[in-house]
Structures are given as structure tokens and as C-alpha cells.
Design a protein around this ligand. Structure first.
Ligand SMILES: NC(=O)c1ccc[n+]([C@@H]2O[C@H](COP(=O)([O-])OP(=O)(O)OC[C@H]3O[C@@H](n4cnc5c(N)ncnc54)[C@H](OP(=O)(O)O)[C@@H]3O)[C@@H](O)[C@H]2O)c1
Length: 255
């Protein structure tokens, strides 16, 4: 099956990477269902159409996730691909000071949602029979590198790496391929804005802040969401790759 014949769910569609993927996939797949917490008109000019549906909801709730999937099946009859970009480090403290309620929020956002999305995706994609389908999660280089003050985020992304491998193992019998992309710092619109704010506050020039962000990379260039498109296209189409997590760190992990 071509991508243009597939029904695709994109979560985190209102986020920095998700919004770029929404723009990339809209019109190129049979049906695109996007989901985020914001309303559509609050982050993009793209409008709903007969090929694009947007469902704003909090996906840390299992009821909401079940509703989202049953809606997709009732409305479109099938699901072929799930792309999950929900995530965020949310808070910054050392472990000894990390409030447990904040720890729970980080784990729920990054790992529990991913688990529930994987669970429902397998349940519904397996109905495609031998055609199967694909699940793609966004991990983070923080799963392996140390991001100071972000232990729960790193732990949740480490858990997500395990989830990808377990899900690939269990879902292979349904021809469902499960993979992950693990980027380093991505220059999303939100990150560019945060850098501007930091520069204004600290007086440090934007260029110097950006240099610091990429200093551990072997390739000294900024990673943009659109740089991830070829890898996303590969992993949502692949028939032969499963249980893999692709580093997209511009060589940082070799340094
Ligand atoms: N950007 C980076 O530098 C970078 C690097 C490595 C890995 N990653 C990973 O890549 C993914 C995308 O990153 P990003 O920069 O695009 O993040 P982002 O801009 O913060 O977007 C996160 C997305 O997740 C959604 N979301 C958060 N909590 C949710 C919840 N409870 N229910 C439903 N949706 C929820 C947000 O919805 P709303 O905005 O509507 O609230 C938003 O669409 C994340 O998993 C992140 O950990 C990012």
C-alpha cells in the first residue's frame, strides 16, 4: 500500500515537531487525524478537510485514548500508522528536589501516553491482517545522555525505548513495525522563541546561545523539524525495520 492510501494518526500535532509533520503529511496520506491539546486554529492555518481531522484532547486519559481510536475506526474503518510526538521534559530539578507530583506528570506525558497509544494502536492495526502497519514514537537523546535537571524525562524516554522493543517483539506477528526516532535538540518554533527570551534576559547574543546548544554535535549545524522528514517517511513506510531507535544527533553520541 502507498502512503496515499493509508489512515494516519499523528499525536502531539500542535507541538513543534508535530506541527511540521502535520504540514508535511497533510494531503499526502489518505486520511490524517491529528491530535493535540490546543485547538487547531490556535497553532496553524491548516483547516479540517475531508482528508484531515483534528481532535483536541488530553491523551494522558485512557478514556480519551479509547474514544479517539474508536472514533477513527467508526469514521474511517481502519488505522494504518500511528506517529506519537507527545512529550516534554516539563520541569527542571535535581533528583533530590524533584516533587513527586511533577515526576508523575513527566512520566504520564512521556511514557504512559506512549504505552496506551501503543496498546490501542496494536489492537486496531492488527485488524488489517497481513497488511499490518507501523508505529513510530519520538524518543530523545536524553534517554542516554545526561540532561541536567531532567532525570524523570531521561528515565521516561529510556522506558519508551524499552516499550518500542517490547511492542516490536509482540506485534511482529501482526506485521506491525514499531520504531523510534531519538533526536538531539531540535530548533522548533518554541525553542527559537525560548532562545530569544533567554538572550533578552541574559544579554547573551542569540548566536552564542545557539552555539552552546550544538556544541556537542560533530556536525555543527542546527537540527530543524524538517530534517527529520526523510527518517519519518522511512519508518512509517518500512516493511523490514522494527524495534529500532534511530539516533538523530548529528554525531553527538560519538563525541
Ligand atoms: N524539540 C526537541 O528538541 C526534542 C528533542 C528530542 C526529543 N524530542 C521529543 O520529540 C517530541 C516532540 O517534541 P516537540 O519539541 O515538538 O515538543 P512540544 O513542542 O512541547 O510539543 C509536545 C506536543 O505534545 C502534546 N502534549 C503534551 N502533553 C499532552 C497530553 N497530556 N495530551 C495530549 N497531548 C499532549 C502538546 O500538545 P499542546 O501543545 O496542544 O499542549 C504538543 O502537541 C517529544 O516527545 C519530545 O520529547 C524533542
Amino acid at each position: 500500500m502507498e502512503l496515499s492510501e493509508k489512515v494516519v494518526l499523528l499525536t502531539g500535532a500542535s507541538g513543534g515537531i508535530g506541527k511540521s509533520l502535520l504540514e508535511h503529511l497533510n494531503g499526502n496520506v489518505k486520511i490524517l487525524i491529528g491530535s493535540g491539546r490546543k485547538n487547531l486554529q490556535d497553532f496553524t492555518r491548516i483547516k479540517e478537510s475531508d482528508k484531515f481531522n483534528y481532535m483536541p484532547m488530553d491523551l494522558t486519559s485512557e478514556d480519551n485514548i479509547k474514544f479517539l481510536f474508536s472514533y477513527i475506526i467508526e469514521e474511517y474503518g481502519r488505522l494504518d500508522i500511528t506517529i506519537n510526538t507527545i512529550g516534554g521534559s516539563l520541569f527542571s530539578h535535581n533528583i533530590e528536589d524533584f516533587p513527586i507530583e511533577e515526576y508523575d506528570k513527566v512520566m504520564n506525558t512521556n511514557l504512559k501516553t506512549a504505552f496506551m497509544l501503543t496498546k490501542e494502536s496494536i489492537k486496531y492495526i492488527k485488524r488489517n491482517g497481513e497488511v499490518g502497519g507501523n508505529i513510530l514514537h519520538f524518543v530523545s537523546s536524553s534517554a542516554r545522555d545526561i540532561s541536567p535537571g531532567k532525570a524523570p524525562y531521561g528515565i521516561s524516554k529510556g522506558g519508551l525505548e524499552s516499550l518500542i522493543r517490547y511492542a516490536a517483539f509482540e506485534a511482529a506477528k501482526y506485521n506491525i513495525k514499531v520504531n523510534g526516532i531519538s533526536p538531539t535538540y531540535v530548533f522548533t518554533e518554541r525553542h527559537e522563541f525560548e532562545i530569544q527570551l533567554e538572550s533578552r534576559k541574559s544579554g547573551v547574543p542569540i548566536g552564542d546561545i545557539e552555539k552552546k546548544k550544538i556544541e556537542g554535535q560533530l556536525l555543527k549545524r542546527k537540527l530543524y523539524p524538517k530534517d527529520l522528514f526523510p527518517l519519518v517517511d522511512l519508518l512509517i513506510n518500512t516493511e523490514v525495520i522494527t524495534g529500532q531507535i534511530y539516533d538523530c544527533t548529528l554525531g553527538k553520541t560519538l563525541g
